[in-house]
Design a protein around this ligand. Sequence first.
Ligand code: SF4
Ligand code: FES
Length: 248
Amino acid sequence: MLLTVHVWRQPDAETQGGFETVSPVQAREEMSILELLDAVNETLERQGDDPVSFDDGCREGICGKCGVTVDGVPHGPDRNRASCMQSLNAYRDGDEVFIEPMRAGALPVKKDLAVDKKSLRRVSKEAKFPVAMKALNTAGCISCGACIAACPNGSGQLFVGTMLKHLPPLAKTPEERDERAAKVLDAADQEFGPCSLLGDCTEVCPAGLPLQNLTSVTRENLHRKFPERYPAPQGPDDDEGSAGAEKK
Ligand code: SF4
Ligand code: FES
């Protein structure tokens, strides 16, 4: 099929960007969004134009490096799939596709479709980076940032809640766990917007992480403020709600 692709071009974070139309682009239904971008770049190069910049890595939904917004949806129209694992099944010959960067204050554009994900790395570092990575890997989070881009508030609560939920069994002492959790909460407050429980994050998360992970942030905040009444979560299987955890 032949598609018309409107792709975002922006030389750097400071310069205003805009859509460039590339047409026709030869595509097949089984192609991923990244493969469509490869086809866009082949078309541009044939025309003597600069290729579009975008991030990729494994192209198997594992590394979290990819991620663009396709027709307004972070990662693309297939629910809970990274951009590299999306198909073009939703498109037919002659269709138009709009591809732009993930949109969030915490994900500034580096160039074209590539965004800077240092906000996620900073929050992870507050938990001690290898520990955070182990916690996130255990849960299946690939640190792609789509939950933040999907949220109208730019909240990272699904990412942060998932990390916090899996921190407890990895710390050496309760004090160390509490200190890490507090630093994560402070960094997340600075980097991301507030959560309004809209649930858009779980619609796009490639790991299919559940809304319940959002409550880990609330539990952690209650424990931080009222440690006697709200004991620290005991691990990912400690699903006792924050109200239920209260000690009279
Ligand atoms: S919680 Fe899901 S959407 Fe958010 S960074 Fe992790 S894998 Fe990506
Ligand atoms: S390129 Fe690694 S998750 Fe998409």
